[in-house]
Design a protein around this ligand. Structure first.
Ligand code: AMP
Ligand code: ZN
Length: 134
């Protein structure tokens, strides 16, 4: 299903022009308009799913295979030194477009891409609580 108010539905289905790196019946892979680094791309399904929780299982299994193919090819093309795959779910997690997408972010030695977090320490309380509930 498409959502007529969703910009990524329009991008993925070619209603709005994009810098398309790859396309098949399920996905379009485009260059991000506000790249974190040179070559930052997005894998976008053609059907509308707001986030990973909603994503169809079959498509979910195809996404990582496609990501592997894309970063393998793009590493050759860009000459980058590594890759981060980022996928935000929910506003609190930094999601700004509510149509599932996977970021492919090339990394270059010495770049200024700020993906990281302050290391915490797993507490006994958290560990016991989570393991007892899962
Ligand atoms: P997120 O914050 O994970 O929801 O990521 C949304 C991403 O979509 C951001 O990196 C934006 O730069 C990117 N974006 C938004 N609109 C467009 C567009 N029209 N074309 C390409 N990328 C876009
Ligand atoms: Zn959509």
């Amino acid at each position: 299903m498409k959502d007529e108010n969703c910009i990524f539905c329009k991008l993925a289905n070619g209603e709005i022009p994009t810098s398309t790196l790859y396309e098949d019946e399920d996905f379009r892979v485009i260059l991000d308009a506000n790249p974190a680094s040179k070559g930052h791309a997005l894998i976008i399904p053609k059907e509308h799913y707001a986030n990973l929780y909603e994503l169809d299982d079959e498509l979910a299994s195809k996404v990582l295979v496609l990501a592997k193919k894309m970063i393998t090819k793009l590493t050759d093309v860009l000459g980058c030194d590594g890759y981060n795959l980022v996928q935000n779910n929910g506003e609190t997690a930094g999601q700004t477009v509510f149509h599932f997408h996977l970021h492919l972010i090339p990394r270059y030695k010495g770049d200024a891409v700020g993906i990281g977090w302050k290391l915490g320490k797993l507490t006994e309380g958290d560990k016991e609580e989570i393991l007892s509930k899962i």
